[in-house]
Ligand binder design. Sequence first.
Ligand code: VTB
Length: 310
Amino acid sequence: MDNKWLYLIQNITENTAIACYEWIGKGDNIAADRAAVNIMRKELNKLPMNARIAIGEGERDKAPMLYIGEKLGKGGEDIDIAVDPLEGTTICAKAGFGSMAVIAISSKDSFLYAPDLYMEKIAIGKNFPNDIIDINKSIRKNISNLAEYKNCDAKDIVVMMLERDRHQILLDEIRSIGAKVRLIADGDISAVIAAASSDSDVDIYVGSGGAPEGVLAASALKCIGGKIQGKLVFKSKEQISRANKMGIKDMEKVYEVDDLVKNDVIFSATGVTDGYLVKGVYKSKDKFITETLLFNSYQKKSHKVITKKY
Ligand code: VTB
């Protein structure tokens, strides 16, 4: 990976966010996602690369997809791409908080090649000892370890999680510990990045969300630091055999950043609607103003880039 890709990728998430602009608050998730996918595919096809979608949108959404295995680009360097053209389609449709256009690129076979399943996740920021979190331990233990290391009370710990029925037991347990829970409607890539960033008050992200979003979040953490552990969630024999065919043998494996993204990576996320990390795209006279998080792992650089485009 080198810097020439940084701005090419930034340009794509910016243009994708701009294409979503007309669908913000229109109540049509599918149209918003389609607009994002179409422009992202068109823009990716202009690049000098021999690229493959390693992490794409899957069957879970039944949305217009950039599908796993799809080939893109004009020819050139072998590259693998992870995309979430519109992370938070419902957020965008409801003009809610925190939708983004997201891409990560890396060398061939760098991203975990996994089917579109759920993944249990736990994530924190950098500069913690390695054993502070353990996805196989109770949430009580994880929060108390974190509080002890931070020299604070468990009641001061801020936990971010998706508001889902499947999280009720986890939520009750966290509340019984007394920690503060910030529930979000969608968008767990942002949530993991927020947990990893020192300029957010979120201490830890927990819960199950999409596995593709887990790989994209790990791409960001590979650049900015922080720790994520993820375990794929299998709900049927069919899902297990599909994963098996994709090379996954250990169904209990705990994936960390370097398992999810093996090599250097570039990550770009442009806000569609205002969120914890970036502002959403807005129009000022005839220009679109966008805010983008642009990270790379080889220089450990993270920028927030504000761009005006016609
Ligand atoms: C999360 C979230 C996404 O899917 O991964 C979630 O980050 C998991 O699926 O924004 P459910 O909605 O079924 O819980 C999204 O909400 C949408 O892709």
